[in-house]
Design a protein around this ligand. Structure first.
Ligand code: ZN
Length: 233
């Protein structure tokens, strides 16, 4: 069950309450895709008064976490967006579609459709770059890929199923190519090793010696990529 309550003192904090029989403890987590929103997971019998009391008790921690988040950006004309690790200005384009010119992203469509148009562009670019990396790595590992698909998960960049289905975030098209490559190889290595054990890391080091640099990029900028609001959530 999900309920939204607004907790107001200086400026409003939105609390999404998720109550379930399975939760024994109370957990708080900032919502990357929403403005000033925290998700509180509580045991089913928690009352509204309890929830407000918890929010109040933790208010300074919550505000601190929310303030640390990169700003939520709707990528439209006049704004900037990351593309392959470079911040690009979004300007109206004279022809339909998206064109990249240095640090400028020209988007030719109605203003209201710009975020969607950019999203489609990013999906295409992510697939164009990362799919061959996954297939190439799988070939060297002697494993079969059933499918590479692009989705929009909030808290992970990719996953790999036992059936050989690799799922990657199309938001990675906003990250530098070495980061895209590292994530694609990471998931491809799971085709051979489903865990994060020693054998997995020796494969990852072999195919992607610079994977730690990608981890560092992720810890510095990963949340920024999640804060672009393409209007579909
Ligand atoms: Zn993994």
């Amino acid at each position: 069950m999900m309920e939204e309550i607004v907790f107001e003192s200086t400026h409003p904090i939105y609390v999404e309450v998720l109550s379930s029989r399975a939760s024994r403890n109370i957990t708080l987590r900032v919502q990357l895709r929403k403005k000033d929103t925290i998700r509180m997971r509580v045991p089913r019998n928690t009352t509204r008064d309890d929830i407000l009391a918890i929010a109040r008790t933790n208010e300074s921690w919550i505000r601190d976490q929310l303030e640390k988040l990169p700003p939520l950006v709707v990528p439209t004309h006049g704004e900037s967006i990351h593309y392959q690790g470079i911040r690009c200005r979004i300007v109206p384009g004279s022809v339909p579609g998206v064109r990249i010119d240095g640090k400028v992203l020209e988007v030719g469509c109605k203003a209201a459709e710009v975020p969607r148009e950019i999203k489609q562009f990013l999906i295409g670019k992510a697939a164009g770059y990362m799919k061959p990396v996954v297939y190439g790595c799988a070939r060297e590992l002697g494993r079969e890929v059933r499918e590479v698909r692009f989705r929009d998960p909030v808290s992970i960049w990719g996953s790999c199923s036992r059936a050989g289905r690799v799922t990657l975030s199309w938001r990675l098209a906003m990250a530098p190519p070495y980061v895209q490559r590292a994530v694609a190889i990471h998931e491809a290595c799971h085709l051979a090793e489903m865990n994060h054990g020693r054998r997995f890391y020796s494969l990852l080091r072999k195919f992607c010696p610079g994977y730690r640099a990608a981890d560092r990029w992720d810890s510095d900028f990963g949340r920024t990529l999640q804060r672009y609001d393409f209007g579909d959530r």
